[in-house]
Structure formats: structure tokens, C-alpha cells
Unconditional design. Structure first.
Lengths: 489, 491
């Protein structure tokens, strides 16, 4: 296949991200917003079933979380907003219309900064608006061959935020990074759980090509069905190649919706969009318009937590961490909280970072756990690290008790104390092992005396082994050098 | 005199003093329905078991705490079939909702039930309230108790006919463009179109959400005020309902009209009012003047555009509101459909009647891109002008009076072939829906033996002034004591 940059084409990509809000109840009724795992159609009421006569009532928390998101994306929040009806027929849409927002959304004109391949990129956010999710359909195998469609309305009416991005992205890698950064932001501010596999975060992409250096946009293709960062990047790469080929061969692209097939690793045409969809939008007469007071906006703004980018910078300057460490520690809010708790308990930031990102993260990865959820809480890691700093325990023993505590839930520091694993600095006791080793390893001692420095390491290692790792290595070293500098010793 | 011929307050007194029981009253109502309704066709469904159950409970309340019993305790009522009743089939007089048994009750039904009202059943109407004659019901014709060859008006024709034939003490209807006031006028009963937001719409199957209001149909104005007191008020389940004090509904009834300024809209008398109707109206105005009201002419200049605006806005909302009737959960289904589109087409073509389909198509067209600005947006602008007309008029007068409709009840079948003639029936009533203000129709006289109503329009939340004026008219005429010939069937 032909790569676009070689042929002088430029990709123009914009993402539409749908995020379910972490409210307790649905957007317009009091059914649970957390619908996963419930028996089909059990999480429903006259309102979300769309029964004749039922009326929607706005969930204030849904509005608040949308404003919160919009502010985190530096959007403007107009004072006047309203809900509209988007009319279309589909069996997962019980009312025959979706309550959404059309011409006067909750927010407009924001931006998202992100890093890709070492560059900083800024993409515009067109709008963030609020709507309701649809139900789900279940089929026997593929929809095309199934003899039936089963409708489950447990999800119908769950608050759904749509974040429409400007077509500012220029490569699949940028699209992926944009999405990853957006996801991190949503999780950070607690509005969404970031779960793309289960569909609480969904992404559609619009992609077109144009000759590099030109302004007008090409024919746009909408790509759906991507449920991971990887599939977003792969789907867009595929589209980029496909569209480039069509254009290179003098063909014409059609405006259409294509679905990403994970199985076949390609996009498949779903429906033509040459004729614009007719949604017959009009203001939702069952809901009065919303007036968003400036005071309310400021209240939500004041409640915003530190955002990922700001925290990353602070971690570097406040704790003298490397950019890599700061990035890893701020990736998830729970991780940064963990780190700051360890530091607050009196551990030097560098040591805390090394241990959290090193040993502890390694243990967690192996056990498929998150640091914040493992059995070593920040207090117990701090207790152990303080012993390391005070040379009350060797790093080797500390690693072992950490691993054991990770399994059993025991406090590592307590293990050190109760099992006598603390570091030994008693020169007489250590001298005993040193003398023993010098006798047993006469050849190594001779090698050292003959000028082989590395032989000393072997001797130190053996002494440490005899002490079960507890001997203070500085003293071991010192004693060995003393003994070996004495002729005949 | 039959129990059902007495006003609610009198029945309430007799119930509390245990002269009669709620069970006796319910039995009387059910007996009358059995005797009279075959000729009228007001009820789609009678619910004797529910009625008796409620009556027994009401009697318990009346026996243990007669002083604390509500004014409507033990009073037989019935609901337009557009209002959801838990466990009782609710069809909106449409095939597509045949067999739909709501798992919940409308707020108004809950409120009346909580007060001890006795539910007799569900009343016929035009399909999804679209019509002015009740001839659009998918199930049956309802006849005008004053002349069985004539329509009762619509769309709440069953609700009006039931009260006119004294089959229930009060019924609830819904008014989107005149659907309570028009049949009230045609059948000689009182009908209230409350201020938009005064009464919860929760559980009212939507026709046009921004225009619909539930209201009572009763024999007397006081009865209407009693029911309004019971059903009004903010409902957290209806975001368009408003919190407003009910003061004056009953207290102001007897204050008369001395010194009140009443406006007669010039434009309303230019729509081709039938001479007999005009005569009744002129007499009512003279009578109000004699009672001390000051009557003057006012102008509502946007009136000529109101009908057109209404027939854009209402169908637009219809096209969306009725989309949920897609055959998946309600209706005759779509056996034999080869794909989704065909399934929808089959279910909706078979499920909806002609007038409903006509309005869905009108509304979908008006909302389509490219036409939205010319139709829907333009109609909303007219709506604003209509509301402004009323505001300006109410700066000068306390209330507006007019005939409720240009004609008295017309013959069955007379207008079914001509939708535009049918739409014109609502020309004097629908501006109040566009403006969201309060209104009432009260019997004012007869033209060629047919009842003619006077419409009183009050400002936003101005129900009490409407009641007060209507009550004066009623007190003067005592028309409510006259019974339609069909009442004789009760024996």
C-alpha cells in the first residue's frame, strides 16, 4: 500500500467522543445509571421505556458533570441552553427520538493539549453537549443473519456526553494521543470510567484527505465501531491507506459511514451519507430551557481538581522527578494520590518514586492489580522505605518483605522487626562471617591481592549470603579491605 | 331528581351527613351508564369493580372522619382515554394502543384517587385527541346527548357527553386547541382549559406537549373549581408544571362581576359566527353588563394567523410524540414485514387512523431541514405575537369573552370530508393554547335547541377570574338544571 505522506496527501481527522457520565441515576428518570450486569429490561421505568404519557425530568448532576468537563476543556459555557429532540426510528430508541442538544449546547469552543511523538499539539473542541444513551440490541450471532432482535432498555436514558473535536488532527497517531489524553482527563475529573471495551467511552472518527498545503476539505468518511485506542489508530491507518489508494488511482470517494472490523482489520461500508440524515430537530417541549448562572459556573470551576498536565509539571518541580517519572505517576489520579501519601509520610520523593514505579508496580503488573488497590497501602510502603532510608534494613531484604507483604497483606516493616531481619551493623558479628569467608574462599582473596578488584565483590556477596542479606554492606566492605590489606591475614 | 343531577357540593353534604352512601352513588352512576350510554357512546370502558372498591373505601372515610373527607370523596368521575390509568387499558381511542395497560397512573388520576373520587371508566375521544367531533375515534361514535344525530364536539367528546347525560359528576379531558371547551359548548356543560403548567401532564398521552393541558368538565362552575383545586399544582414529574397558589378558585366565585372590565375581541366576531350563536353571545354580554361588568372592544390582531401557526406547531410535536408508537411494543404488530422499514410502515399504517397520519406527515414536513425556518420557526414567531396580543389586551381588561365556537354542534358526518372545515371549528379556542393562558366555556343559551357556550379567557394563572365570571353567567341562566332529552332514558 501507498503511504499518504509519500504521495502528498494530508489527513484531516476529527473525533466525536461519547462518554457516559458517572451519575447515580439516568438522565431523565431515577433508574440506575450503572446498568451493567442487570437482567434485561429490569433497570427501566415508564420514562426510560418511553411509555405513552411519561415525561422526562432533568438530572442536575448530569448537567454539572458536563459543565465540569467543558471547563476542564476550557470551553465557554453560554448562559442559555436547551434540550432538543433528535428524531429517528430504531428499535433501541424507545421514544422514536433522542433527547439531545442541537443549536444551543451546554458548551462551545474549547481545546485539548496533548503530546505526540515528543511534540505538543493543540486541538480545538467544537462543543460538549449532553444527551441520553439508547438501549442495546442483541442478536443470535450477526445482525444480518439473526432471526430476531432482542431489545434491552437497561441502558436507555443513561446520561451521555458528546465531545465533538475540531478536525485539527493530522495523523492516526495524533488521533490516538488525543483520545488517550481526553480519556485521562475524563477519568481524572471523575465524570467517566474510561472503559472503552464496555462502551462507557466510545469514539467515532471523521477522516478525509486533501493535498498537502491546500485548505478545502475532502470527502469525509465517518468510522465507527472502534473500541480501543489501538483500534482507533489501526482503523484510521487503514482508512488513510484506502482513501489514498482510491485518490491515487483517480477514483472518487463517497461520503459514508464505515465500520471497523477488528476481526478483518479493515473498515466496511455501512451506509451512504450522500443524502444528509434528516433528524427533524426541534426544541424538546417537555423540558424548559436551562439558564446557567455565572455563579454556578464558578462553583463548578472551583471544584475542579488539578488536571493531569498541571500535576505532571508540579511533580517535576516540587519533587524533582524526571519527566518520565512524573508522567508515570500522574497517569492515573489514584497513582499520584498514592505517591503523595507515601511522600507525606516522610519518605524522600525520589526513593518513593523509584519503589512505587519499580518494585511495587512490578508486583502489581504480575498480579494484574492497580497500585492503589493492592495490599500494600501507602502507609506501609512508607514505613518500609523509612527503614531503608535509615539503613535499618537492606534494599535486598526490603524487596523480599515487600513481595511477601504484597501476597499476605502483612506490614513489611513489621515483618522486618518481628522476624529480626533488620540490617546488622555489629562489626564483631560481621567479622566472624568475614573471617570464615576468607578461609573458605582463599583463592578469591588471593586474586584480590593480586590486583583483581572484582574478586572483592564475590567475597562481599558471600558474606552477605551468610548474613541472609542483613549485614550492612558498607561494614562488610570495610572489614574485608582491612583484613586483606594485612599481609598474612 | 337523580343523584347524578346534583352538584358536587350538595352530593358532598349528603355523603358526609350519611343521607346517601358512596356505594349508592356509584351504583346510581353505573346504572345510568348502563341505561343511557348505549345511546350516547361516551364510555370506551366502564370499570365497575374499581368504582365499587373506591366507593367502599370512600364510605369508610366518610363514616370515620366526615369532617376531614375531601370535597371529592365518593364523587363518581371518569377519564378521557388519553389519560393513563394503572391496570386499566388506555388506548387514546387508537388501534395502535389497543391492549395497552399502563403500569402507572397519571398524576391527576393519583390525586383524585387519593381524595377518594370514584373512577367509573374511560371516555371516548378523537384518536390521540386529534379532531373536533369525536368522529376520529378508532372504536366508536359518541353522540351529542342533546341531539343524537349530532357530534358532541371534540376531542374530549366522551368527557363532555358523559357529564351532559349525567353519567358522571365530573370528567377529565384534555385541551390542546379547544378540546375541552368546544365539546363543553356543544353539549351544554362547563369545561376548563387551565393555564399551561397549572395541571400536571404526567400520564397524559401527549398530542402536542407545548399546548396540552388536562382540565375538568362538569355541570357547574363550582364543580369545575372543586376539581381544579384537587388537580392543580406543581408535579416534580412534569418539568413544565408550575407552582402557583390556588387562591380564589372557590373563594371568589360569588363575588360577581360588578366593576370587572371585559374585552370582546373584534377579530373573534369576524370569523363567521353563526347567527344563532351570535345571538346567544350578545345576550350573555348584555346580561354581564346588567350585572355591572364594563364591556369594551379589544383587538387581538394576530388572530388570523393563529390557526395556521397552530396547525404547524401541533402536528410538528405530534410527528415526534407519536414516534414511540412504532409497533415494537404496542399495536397490531408487523407480521410479514421483510425489513425494519417495512415493519414500521406496516405497524403505523395499520395502527393510526387517517387524521393522525395526516398530522404526522404535516408535522414531519414542517420540521424537515429546508422547511423548518419557513414553517416551524415562523409558526413559533406567530405564537409569540399571539401571546403578546393577549398580554396587551389583559393590560386593559380583566378577562376576554367570546363565543366558544362559531357554531353549535354540527351533524355527524357533516365535516368529515373536509379537514379544513373541521380545523376551523377551533379558531376561537386555540389562540389561548398558543398563549398558554386560562379559559373556560360555560353554557350561555341555546340556538335552535342546541347548547351554546360562552368562552371566558383569563390571563396566565387567571383561572379564578374565569370562574368568577362564568359563575355569574351560570347563576343568571341556571342552564345547568336543564337536561338533554337522552337523560330520559335513565327512567
Amino acid at each position: 500500500m501507498i503511504s499518504p505522506s509519500q504521495t502528498g496527501w494530508e489527513a484531516v481527522i476529527g473525533l466525536e467522543v461519547h462518554a457516559q457520565l458517572l451519575t447515580r441515576s439516568k438522565m431523565f428518570c431515577s433508574c440506575r445509571a450503572d446498568y451493567l450486569g442487570l437482567p434485561a429490561n429490569s433497570n427501566t421505568c415508564p420514562v426510560c421505556l418511553g411509555l405513552p404519557g411519561a415525561l422526562p425530568v432533568i438530572n442536575e448532576e448530569g448537567v454539572r458533570l458536563t459543565i465540569r468537563t467543558a471547563l476542564a476543556l476550557e470551553c465557554e459555557i453560554p448562559e442559555f441552553t436547551k434540550f432538543d429532540r433528535k428524531n429517528y426510528f430504531y428499535p433501541d430508541l424507545p421514544k422514536g427520538y433522542q433527547i439531545s442538544q442541537y443549536d444551543l449546547p451546554l458548551s462551545l469552543r474549547g481545546r485539548l493539549d496533548f503530546q505526540v511523538e515528543g511534540r505538543s499539539v493543540r486541538a480545538g473542541i467544537t462543543r460538549v453537549h449532553l444527551e441520553e444513551d439508547t438501549g442495546t440490541l442483541h442478536h443470535a450471532g450477526e445482525i444480518q443473519t439473526s432471526a430476531f432482535s432482542l431489545v434491552d432498555l437497561n441502558r436507555a436514558g443513561v446520561p451521555l456526553m458528546e465531545i465533538v473535536g475540531e478536525p485539527d488532527l493530522r495523523s492516526p497517531a495524533e488521533a490516538r494521543a488525543y483520545l488517550a489524553t481526553l480519556r485521562q482527563l475524563l477519568v481524572y475529573i471523575g465524570v467517566n470510567d474510561g472503559n472503552m471495551e464496555e462502551g462507557s467511552l466510545r469514539c467515532d472518527a471523521n477522516i478525509s484527505l486533501r493535498p498537502i498545503g491546500t485548505e478545502p476539505l475532502g470527502v469525509k468518511v465517518e468510522v465507527k465501531n472502534m473500541n480501543s485506542f489501538r483500534s482507533v489508530q489501526r482503523a484510521l491507518e487503514y482508512e488513510l491507506e484506502r482513501q489514498t489508494e482510491v485518490l491515487e488511482q483517480g477514483g472518487r470517494l463517497v461520503q459514508e459511514t464505515r465500520g471497523w472490523s477488528e476481526l478483518e482489520q479493515r473498515t466496511v461500508s455501512q451506509r451512504s451519507k450522500e443524502v444528509a440524515q434528516e433528524y427533524r430537530y426541534f426544541p424538546e417541549p417537555d423540558l424548559p430551557p436551562l439558564l446557567i448562572s455565572r455563579a454556578r459556573v464558578e462553583e463548578v470551576r472551583a471544584d475542579l481538581p488539578e488536571l493531569p498536565a498541571a500535576r505532571r509539571e508540579r511533580f517535576q518541580s516540587q519533587y524533582q522527578l524526571t519527566e518520565e517519572q512524573a508522567r508515570l505517576l500522574t497517569d492515573r489520579p489514584a497513582d499520584s494520590r498514592y505517591f503523595e501519601d507515601v511522600v507525606a509520610a516522610g519518605v524522600s520523593p525520589l526513593l518513593a518514586a523509584n519503589w512505587q514505579l519499580g518494585d511495587l508496580q512490578g508486583l502489581c503488573n504480575a498480579a494484574n492489580l492497580e497500585v492503589a488497590n493492592c495490599r500494600i497501602d501507602p502507609g506501609s510502603l512508607a514505613g518500609l522505605l523509612r527503614m531503608v532510608e535509615n539503613r535499618e534494613v537492606t534494599a535486598k531484604v526490603a524487596k523480599e518483605v515487600l513481595a511477601r507483604g504484597f501476597e499476605t497483606g502483612e506490614s513489611p516493616a513489621e515483618m522486618v522487626r518481628s522476624q529480626g531481619l533488620g540490617q546488622l551493623s555489629d562489626a564483631d558479628e560481621i567479622a566472624g562471617w568475614v573471617d570464615q569467608v576468607l578461609t573458605e574462599q582463599a583463592q578469591a582473596a588471593a586474586d584480590y591481592l593480586a590486583g583483581n578488584e572484582r574478586a572483592l565483590g564475590r567475597l562481599v556477596g558471600t558474606v552477605m549470603g551468610k548474613s541472609k542479606g542483613r549485614a550492612n554492606p558498607v561494614i562488610v566492605n570495610q572489614l574485608l579491605r582491612e583484613r586483606l590489606s594485612r599481609p598474612g591475614g | 331528581m337523580s343523584l347524578l343531577e346534583e352538584p358536587i357540593r350538595e352530593l358532598g353534604r349528603r355523603l358526609r351527613e350519611r343521607e346517601i352512601s358512596a356505594v349508592e352513588l356509584a351504583q346510581a352512576a353505573l346504572a345510568r351508564i348502563e341505561a343511557v350510554d348505549p345511546a350516547v357512546g361516551a364510555f370506551l370502558r366502564v370499570t365497575p369493580e374499581l368504582a365499587m372498591e373506591a366507593a367502599v373505601a370512600a364510605d369508610r372515610t366518610l363514616a370515620t372522619d366526615p369532617g376531614g373527607a375531601a370535597a371529592l370523596c365518593g364523587i363518581p368521575v371518569a377519564y378521557k382515554d388519553l389519560i393513563c390509568t394503572k391496570g386499566v387499558e388506555t388506548t387514546a381511542a387508537s388501534r395502535i394502543l389497543e391492549g395497552f395497560v399502563p403500569p402507572y397512573s397519571a398524576t391527576v388520576v393519583e390525586r383524585l384517587a387519593a381524595l377518594g373520587a370514584v373512577p367509573l371508566g374511560k371516555l371516548n375521544c378523537d384518536e390521540f385527541a386529534m379532531g373536533s367531533s369525536n368522529e376520529n375515534s378508532a372504536y366508536q361514535i359518541t353522540r351529542n346527548p342533546w341531539d343524537l344525530e349530532r357530534v358532541p364536539g371534540g376531542s374530549s367528546g366522551g368527557s363532555a357527553a358523559a357529564v351532559a347525560a349525567r353519567l358522571a359528576c365530573a370528567t377529565l379531558g384534555s385541551d390542546t386547541g379547544g378540546s375541552i371547551r368546544l365539546p363543553a359548548s356543544f353539549t351544554g356543560v362547563v369545561g376548563v382549559k387551565p393555564t399551561y403548567g397549572r395541571v400536571s401532564r404526567y400520564g397524559l398521552i401527549a398530542f402536542a406537549s407545548s399546548l396540552d393541558q388536562i382540565g375538568p368538565l362538569t355541570k357547574t362552575v363550582e364543580d369545575a373549581a372543586l376539581v381544579m383545586t384537587a388537580i392543580s399544582g406543581r408535579d416534580p414529574r412534569d418539568s413544565t408544571s408550575v407552582e402557583a397558589p390556588l387562591d380564589g378558585f372557590l373563594e371568589d366565585l360569588h363575588r360577581g362581576v360588578e366593576g370587572l372590565r371585559l374585552g370582546v375581541p373584534r377579530e373573534y366576531l369576524e370569523v363567521g359566527i353563526e347567527p344563532g350563536v351570535r345571538k346567544v353571545f350578545d345576550q350573555a354580554v348584555s346580561s354581564l353588563e346588567r350585572m355591572g361588568a364594563v364591556v369594551e372592544e379589544v383587538s387581538l390582531p394576530s388572530t388570523e394567523f393563529a390557526l395556521s401557526a397552530y396547525y404547524v406547531i401541533a402536528p410538528a410535536e405530534v410527528s415526534s410524540n407519536l414516534a414511540r408508537m412504532d409497533g415494537v411494543r404496542f399495536g397490531p404488530g408487523f407480521a410479514g414485514a421483510k425489513n425494519l422499514r417495512e415493519a414500521y410502515e406496516t405497524a403505523r399504517h395499520q395502527g393510526f387512523g387517517e387524521e393522525v397520519r395526516r398530522r404526522i406527515i404535516l408535522g414531519a414536513y414542517a420540521l424537515s431541514s429546508g422547511y423548518y425556518d419557513a414553517y416551524y420557526l415562523r409558526a413559533q414567531q406567530v405564537r409569540t405575537l399571539v401571546a403578546r396580543d393577549f398580554e396587551q389586551a389583559f393590560a386593559k381588561v380583566d378577562a376576554i369573552v367570546s363565543p366558544t365556537a362559531p357554531t353549535a354542534a354540527f351533524r355527524l358526518g357533516e365535516r368529515t370530508a373536509d379537514p379544513l372545515a373541521m380545523y376551523g371549528t377551533d379558531v376561537l379556542t386555540l389562540p389561548a393554547n398558543l398563549a398558554g393562558i386560562s379559559g373556560i366555556s360555560v353554557p350561555a343559551g341555546f340556538a335552535a335547541g342546541l347548547p351554546v357556550g360562552l368562552q371566558v379567557l383569563g390571563p396566565y394563572l387567571g383561572e379564578s377570574i374565569c370562574f368568577r365570571i362564568a359563575h355569574s353567567v351560570e347563576t343568571e341562566s341556571r342552564l345547568w338544571q336543564q337536561l338533554p332529552p337522552v337523560a330520559g332514558l335513565a327512567g
